[in-house]
Design a protein around this ligand. Structure first.
Ligand SMILES: Cc1cc2nc3c(=O)[nH]c(=O)nc-3n(C[C@H](O)[C@H](O)[C@H](O)COP(=O)(O)O)c2cc1C
Length: 175
């Protein structure tokens, strides 16, 4: 089972459009895949390093993450980093991410924030020894129109990311 997290809490999120496109591509490849949209689930508690881990949804998500063959994370870029909602998810679920293959889909306001996911990648690599797909998706506002993805280059990059995730996910699982 593959997971796609949509971590934006915006009702008209552009990164959610990227997440949905990835889910569609996963289904076209015949892969079992679940979309987990943080805006549609019960709100997650803010990580306090203490009793937050007892939250039932945190336990449920940790179980799904630990069992996944590979995970895509769709996130907004906020303040030259991934959004706090994305970081909070990872803080809450911690070691469930151990040894996962991870791909990233970002919605951003400007090309200058292209390196925004690097600290997330570092943390996933160093804390949890994740395998990060280096060719991540980075889509600016002009790639979308009327709530839909309108950029063929970005669509192609999503397809490529999904294919890489499945290829490496299968290999990694078998190892
Ligand atoms: C609080 C805040 C901070 C932002 N900071 C950045 C930034 O540092 N770099 C950038 O390229 N875009 C920035 N943006 C623009 C968002 O990345 C952009 O609107 C994106 O589409 C948000 O993702 P979403 O539509 O999935 O919620 C920021 C937006 C907000 C609301």
């Amino acid at each position: 089972m593959y997971l796609v997290f949509s971590t934006s809490l915006h009702p008209n999120s552009r990164s959610r459009v990227l997440a949905n496109a990835a889910v569609q591509q996963m289904q076209e490849l015949g892969q079992a895949c679940e979309l987990l949209d943080l805006a549609a689930l019960d709100p997650l508690p803010p990580c306090n390093g203490h009793d937050c881990y007892g939250d039932p949804l945190v336990g449920q998500l940790s179980g799904k993450i630990a069992a996944a063959s590979g995970i895509l994370i769709a996130t907004p870029v906020y303040n030259y980093d991934v959004a706090g909602s994305c970081k909070n998810l990872i803080e809450l679920t911690g070691s469930a991410w151990n040894d996962k293959v991870i791909g990233l889909l970002c919605a951003a306001g400007g090309q200058g924030s292209y390196m925004a996911p690097m600290s997330l990648f570092n943390s996933l690599m160093l804390d949890f020894r994740c395998l990060i797909l280096p060719k991540f998706v980075f889509a600016l506002e002009g790639c979308f129109k009327d709530g839909q993805l309108k950029d063929e280059n970005i669509s192609g990059r999503i397809d490529e990311l999904v294919k890489q995730l499945v290829r490496l996910g299968e290999f990694w699982k078998a190892d």
